[in-house]
Design a protein around this ligand. Structure first.
Ligand code: HEM
Length: 351
């Protein structure tokens, strides 16, 4: 439990938009746990060291851990809602769950600082980890996706971004300032997309292409990306996530797409959006963006507060026992000799 506010306790989850990003998904090799735990407290120091000489680059590094990795790496309390990414198998489109123990989300105004940070960390980690996915994202004109639409307009800002993305004391007192992040790599079928007119594309996204204006409610198809992702909670309030998507492209690999990354104070909001997109509603309205873009990866991570990274708990099974409030010389009820049968003497299963 910390006295800090979620915003002060957090890693740089809520941070300014940048022109470059690197997404690294790692798995921890068997036996690599100790090496990883040793590097974790140095993450903030490395970010400071790389960023210090280049303040204009605004390097920000966010580190998250997957559910299985958390249990291998850390003893002590567990984030209340951490679980593996839930794969979805819809009638037409699937969202696969793919391996991922550690996420490094590196942002900067140029890629060099992201690269240097990654090089430092990966050298330190050596054979303890395997890089299973790596995407270098770039800003495309006025923050457009490669589909040509501005991406990120309706992101929450300021205190709304903090409330949407960060865990507060009411939700989980042990992890104030933490965040649940879901990442998915989407590959676009640009040839199919380019057969649509701008007006047809606007109906798929739910906003105009050139002007970036949301279509009026009467003209907004239920299958549009905006409609599928506008969700309202039981309190009537819109439920937000904080997105930091980036376009990427490789001609050699023939892969162009969007790296989706969504932070939220609870995974359930992003999961609901994904169900709306992939499984659709009772009337069969699914997200038409999926007719042109395929999810090829999917992982969920918990991003702990900075203090957790700087001073991680001991390995599982090596937790330091809580200080014993009872003075040693005071006899305790459990100090009385155990029954000869080795039981606690509080009952018997035998009749
Ligand atoms: C191919 C992948 C994706 C692309 C290209 C994409 C692109 C876009 C674009 C262009 C917009 C409209 C402008 C804006 O407000 O940002 C948008 C809105 C949005 N997207 Fe996505 N997106 C993708 C995947 C996802 C996924 C997987 C989720 C959630 C799990 C998501 C959640 C949202 C939300 C919440 C909005 C704002 C809706 C509103 O309130 O208007 N997106 N996206």
């Amino acid at each position: 439990m910390t006295d800090l506010s979620p915003a002060d306790a957090a890693q740089p989850v809520v941070s300014p938009l940048t022109s470059a990003a690197m997404f690294l998904v790692l798995t921890v090799e068997d036996g690599g746990e100790d090496a990883v735990r040793e590097v974790v407290p140095d993450l903030s120091g490395y970010a400071r060291a790389v960023g210090f000489g280049h303040p204009e680059a605004e390097l920000a590094c966010v580190t998250g851990f997957g559910s299985a990795a958390w249990d291998r790496l850390f003893g002590g309390p567990r984030p209340a809602e951490l679980h593996p990414f839930v794969a979805l198998d819809g009638p037409q489109h699937a969202a696969p769950s793919t391996p991922g123990d550690i996420l490094l989300h590196l942002r900067g105004q140029h890629l060099d600082v992201c690269y240097d940070f990654a090089a430092n960390i990966l050298t330190r980690l050596g054979g303890a980890v395997k890089v299973v996915d790596e995407v270098h994202g770039f800003r495309y004109y006025d923050r457009r996706d490669l589909l040509g639409f501005v991406d990120g307009t309706e992101n929450p800002e300021g205190s709304e971004a903090v409330a949407a993305a960060l865990v507060d004391a009411e939700r989980d007192p042990e992890f104030v300032g933490g965040s649940y992040v879901i990442v998915q790599k989407y590959l676009h079928d640009m040839s199919a997309w380019n057969t649509l007119s701008d007006q047809e594309q606007a109906l798929v996204i739910g906003r105009t292409k050139a002007g970036n204006v949301q279509l009026p409610d009467a003209a907004l198809p239920k299958t549009s990306h905006v409609a599928r992702n506008t969700i309202v909670g039981a309190d009537g309030q819109e439920q937000d996530i904080l997105r930091a998507n980036m376009p990427f492209g490789s001609f050699r690999e023939g892969e162009v797409g969007t790296y989706f990354i969504g932070y939220c104070a609870t995974p359930t909001t992003t999961e609901q959006m994904l169900r709306n997109m992939f499984l659709g509603d009772a009337e069969g309205n699914r997200d038409r963006i999926l007719d042109f873009s395929t999810a090829v990866t999917g992982s969920l991570f918990f991003v702990p507060p900075t203090s957790f990274l700087d001073d991680p708990p001991p390995a599982p099974g090596q937790d330091v026992p809580a200080a014993d409030p009872v003075p040693a010389e005071t006899p305790r009820p459990t100090d009385s000799p155990r029954p000869a049968d080795g039981s606690l003497g509080i009952g018997s299963l035998r009749s």
